[in-house]
Design a protein around this ligand. Structure first.
Ligand SMILES: O=C(O)CCC(=O)C(=O)O
Length: 263
């Protein structure tokens, strides 16, 4: 439908809605406003309107959605890398909110030179070591470096990959990622396992939001204005996928933390 309106609408917008064309068209009918003339004119107006509607996206500028970016094998390979990391030096741990110490509903781990952590006393921050084992984070899998190169034009590689595991009932409140020194670098977010309802609003808290059901293998990139927009996950469709061995959804969020050093 959308493609039809895009094609036809573009044609209409480019040619038929030019006033001169339908004056000529009218003249060809002997200067009379014939039924055909009225029909063509209204069709043009409708097609032009439908075209403009089809071009409108409710998502902020810089929001990129890549459905099924990873095929089944790609998804399994990423989940294997996660399983390997969390069985070794970087087990999932239960992060807590700054000040209140309230546990987040997701459990977390990280890949890369830096890992995002949060706890009651230290708050939101990046650390080079796992808060429980004290070990450095596992290396970023090559597939994550590759997707960063493919989907962003950032010249430097991501420094952190947060691994969120959503279990039954887990969600993530609306927030903007602001703990990075470079808050303009893109964010790449990969969904694996159960689908989830992702929500994104504007740059201010509250106001209109739009949602999108993310399925396993889907990727979202936040660049430009979207990088500064509130977003979160308000529903997990628990049990709809068997891909994650212990159930639920794994989200991998790639970020740059530091500004690219000037050479
Ligand atoms: O799970 C998701 O899709 C979003 C994750 C997210 O927004 C975050 O980790 O900051």
């Amino acid at each position: 439908m959308c493609t039809f309106f895009e094609g036809a609408g573009q044609f209409v917008s480019n040619f038929y809605s030019l006033p001169g064309i339908w004056v000529i068209f009218g003249a060809l009918q002997g200067g009379k406003v014939g039924l055909l003339h009225i029909f063509v004119t209204f069709s043009c107006i409708f097609m032009d309107f439908a075209y403009k509607c089809s071009m409108r996206t409710p998502f902020p500028k810089g929001f990129i959605y890549k459905p099924e970016y990873f095929d089944k094998n790609g998804q399994i390979a990423l989940l294997d890398a996660v399983a390997h990391a969390v069985r070794g030096d970087a087990p999932f741990w239960q992060p807590t909110m700054p000040r209140t110490g309230q546990p987040l509903s997701v459990v977390m781990s990280n890949f890369g030179p830096l890992g995002w952590v949060t706890d009651k006393d230290g708050g939101y921050r990046y650390e080079t070591r796992h808060p429980k084992t004290g070990k450095i984070w596992p290396l970023m899998p090559q597939a994550l470096l590759d997707i960063w190169d493919d989907l962003t034009d950032d010249p430097a590689p991501p420094e952190a990959c947060l691994i969120n595991w959503y279990r039954e009932g887990s969600r993530m409140g609306m927030h903007v990622d602001l703990d990075e020194h470079d808050v303009n670098a893109p964010i790449v977010s990969i969904s694996l396992g159960d689908p989830a309802r992702y929500r994104i609003g504007g740059t201010a808290r509250g106001g209109t939001t739009h949602s999108l059901k993310l399925s396993s293998g889907d990727v979202v990139v936040l660049t430009g204005e979207a990088r500064h927009c509130y977003h979160g996950v308000d529903k997990l469709f628990y049990g709809q996928s068997t891909l994650v061995p212990k159930g639920g959804r794994i989200n991998l969020t790639l970020r740059r933390v530091n500004h690219i050093p000037k050479t």
